[in-house]
Design a protein around this ligand. Structure first.
Ligand code: GAL
Ligand code: ZN
Length: 682
């Protein structure tokens, strides 16, 4: 379990990955002076330094790291110390080529990049844990160290390894899961296509094969691969926990870009949740993607404050065109993370590298030095974060939940499905973005979360769902909640077996509908609904079975068939959306659900202005991020902590700026338990 409140120091953490080993030692003193000028108080050190710390097996050289930590400590900078296992040194693969990972077609990936190891390799495990022991023994008591950083972005590059070592580990994992072969054969549906296994040794990872690999084999391999990464996390954590008292974390990659680590299951293995987030610059709604990732990170953290371990001050180096951030964008990005529950804002990396693959990645100190727009903005952000110290430890207000499950993501995007246009991100972001535009904050949470405190629950594309989670959603609605389920949800159980009797399987009764056949649309085809809205991608032959019809198709393959339904269940209402509504219609539907469920934004704000409330026992703060190019005014009374100015009723926020108002009348009440929705829903 996470140890709540175990962070050290005061206020909001601010800093970066710091790689002193890339620079001559004379630079270190300048670094610390600049860190102090910027207000940096925490740096992650040593992440990629294994090859320096252990130049040959078992021979450790810590002197340079001793000196670096001492310089930082003398400057008052705290350290999040890496276990340094993120990337093995060249000698490992040279001596033990069997530690190298393989792709599905058997290609062995050579060292020379990073993270070049098979996650199931016992040799890697043994060598990496020996390093963790040595680092922990040496620095457990170092006064600069306030946190431990296990590996780095576990699974970022090497999550799926298909080598023989991994194949053995996969078989072991399957034995644990199923006990005997009959159960595995049932779960994998191996009577199909003559796939029945009679010996464990016959089973392999889903290596490159003719036509489609068995879907449950694929799904189990994804589960196994996430667990294999998690096993490294847990093994390192165990070594640390016997030696150190500081909180232990690792950097997750929660967002819609990285799919293969089930962080919901990992959350209990860290003392605080930390996340890395990089903007998708080609996305005109990149700031909504950022908000989504932050709300999801908070969901994974169970609502507790979390740490933004990495983001970028400006451009990255790994996209085809690496667009720089415009003035003010860095500040809006960072403070949006804080608004949504981050109690620390760190970056990759402190000083832009001179050499190596990431030399064109932005940093706090650019190649051009501190006399730059970037360093000015860094200093301004440092001052902002100091002014926000009192926010630390407070929680974010949300009355709406969006259900998210990595296994549903993996399941829905397996091959040979009705339509390739049904992706997990699609309706997830469509519903989230509609809430964002309505000014409403959501918790993005796992389906097993206690939903009783939410007024509204949105369930996008929950293709794979466990019985218990489906039942919990029904109980939530019966108890007075409002829920919306979108198409291609409730279709299969955890083995990817269809729930028979009509779609949407697990949710048929709750939604009061029964679908007999899917009618996906061809690319570019659209249908019109009788309320004037349009839709694409998906339609289905749905029969109401207790639900009221809200809208039906006017044309397309199923004229007259319902597309949107509403079902009264106990004291609540369950909506089903059987098609992919356009953006305006999605906004209208979400607006209607918010009204019926009695959810309002913290304060009314113009479009493009993000408002989030954090609250503690006796205080509350309104975060206002103005993404528009005009000054906006909102109703607020209190003090803007960023300017120090009072606002008596009206808050002005200039174009592109941010305000954080400590509210004079604190809003400290917990979200009320769900009551029956008002008459409108009857
Ligand atoms: C992260 C990684 C960092 C750095 C950064 C660049 O994935 O953890 O080490 O590579 O990306 O954006
Ligand atoms: Zn392997």
């Amino acid at each position: 379990m996470r140890q709540h409140g175990s962070w050290q120091g005061d206020g909001i953490y601010f800093g970066a990955d710091y790689n002193p080993e890339q620079w001559p030692e004379q630079v270190w003193a300048d670094d610390v002076a600049l860190m102090r000028r910027a207000g940096v108080n925490l740096v992650s050190v040593g992440i990629f330094s294994w090859a320096l710390l252990e130049p040959s097996p078992g021979r450790y050289e810590f002197d340079w790291l001793d000196r670096a930590l001492d310089v930082l400590h003398a400057g008052g900078i705290h350290v999040d110390l890496a276990t340094a296992t993120a990337s093995p040194p060249p000698w490992l693969a040279h001596r033990h080529p069997e530690t190298l990972p393989s792709t599905a077609d058997g290609t062995v990936l050579w060292p020379g990049g990073r993270q070049g190891y098979c996650p199931s390799s016992p040799i890697f495990r043994q060598r990496s844990l020996a390093l963790v022991e040595a680092v922990a023994d040496r620095y457990a008591e170092h006064p600069a160290v306030v946190m431990w950083h296990i590996s780095n972005e576990l699974g970022c590059h090497n999550v799926h390894c298909y080598c023989d070592v991994s194949a053995d580990a996969f078989r072991e994992w399957l034995r644990e899961r199923y006990g005997d072969l009959d159960r595995l054969n049932d779960a994998w549906g191996t009577t199909f296509w003559s796939q029945r296994y009679h010996d464990w040794a016959e089973i392999n990872p889903p290596r490159a094969a003719l036509t489609f690999a068995n879907p449950t084999q694929q799904l189990d391999f994804l589960r196994f691969s996430s667990d294999a990464q998690r096993a490294q996390l847990r093994a390192e954590r165990e070594v640390l926990k016997r030696r150190v008292r500081q909180p232990v974390t690792t950097n997750f990659m929660i967002g819609m870009g990285i799919k293969h680590m089930d962080y919901h299951s990992w959350a209990s293995d860290v003392d605080l949740v930390a996340n890395d987030h990089y903007l998708t610059v080609t996305d005109p709604n990149a700031h909504l993607g950022l908000a989504f990732a932050a709300d999801h990170t908070r969901g994974v953290a169970g609502g507790d404050p979390w740490l933004l371990m990495e983001h970028s001050t400006s451009a990255v180096n790994w996209q085809p065109r690496n667009v720089a951030k415009t003035p003010g964008q860095l500040r809006r990005n960072s403070l949006t993370h804080v608004a949504r529950g981050a109690d620390g804002v760190l970056f990759f990396q402190w000083r832009a590298s001179r050499a190596g693959a990431e030399k064109f990645h932005s940093a706090l100190v650019p190649h051009a030095g501190p006399d730059t727009k970037v360093f000015d903005e860094v200093c301004r952000l440092g001052a902002d974060l100091r002014a926000l110290a009192e926010v630390r430890g407070s929680r974010v207000d949300a009355e709406v939940a969006i259900l998210f499950d990595w296994e549903a993501w993996w399941g829905v995007e397996l091959d040979s499905h009705p339509s390739v246009d049904v992706t997990y991100a699609d309706r997830m972001r469509a519903l989230y973005d509609a809430l964002w535009r309505a000014g409403v904050t959501a918790d993005v949470v796992h389906p097993s979360t206690d939903l009783s405190g939410y007024r509204l629950v949105l369930v996008p594309t929950l293709y794979l769902v466990r019985d218990a989670d489906a039942e919990a959603l029904s109980r939530y609605v019966a108890g007075g909640g409002t829920a919306l389920v979108t198409y291609f949800s409730g279709i299969v159980d955890e083995h990817d077996h269809i729930r028979l009797g009509g779609y949407p399987g697990a949710f048929r009764e709750l939604l009061g509908v029964r679908t007999e056949e899917f009618f996906p649309l061809l690319a570019g085809d659209r249908v019109v609904l009788d309320d004037g809205s349009t839709a694409d991608v998906w339609t289905e032959w749905l029969h109401p079975a207790g639900a009221e019809v809200v809208a039906s198709y006017e044309d397309g393959p199923l004229p007259g068939v319902p597309a949107l339904t509403r079902h009264r269940v106990g004291d609540g209402t369950a909506w089903y959306l059987a098609t992919r509504l356009d953006e305006a219609a999605t906004d209208a539907l979400v607006g209607r659900l918010l009204t019926e469920a009695g959810v309002r934004p913290p304060v009314a704000a113009p479009t493009g202005v993000e408002v989030v409330r954090r609250r503690a026992d006796d205080r509350s703060w309104l975060f206002v991020v103005n993404h528009t190019d005009a000054e906006v005014t909102l109703d607020a009374t209190g003090t803007d902590l960023l300017t120090g100015q009072p606002c008596g009723g009206t808050l002005r926020v200039p174009a592109g700026e941010v305000a954080v108002v400590r509210e004079e009348q604190a809003v400290t009440e917990a979200v009320p338990a769900v009551e029956p929705p008002p008459a409108a829903a009857a």
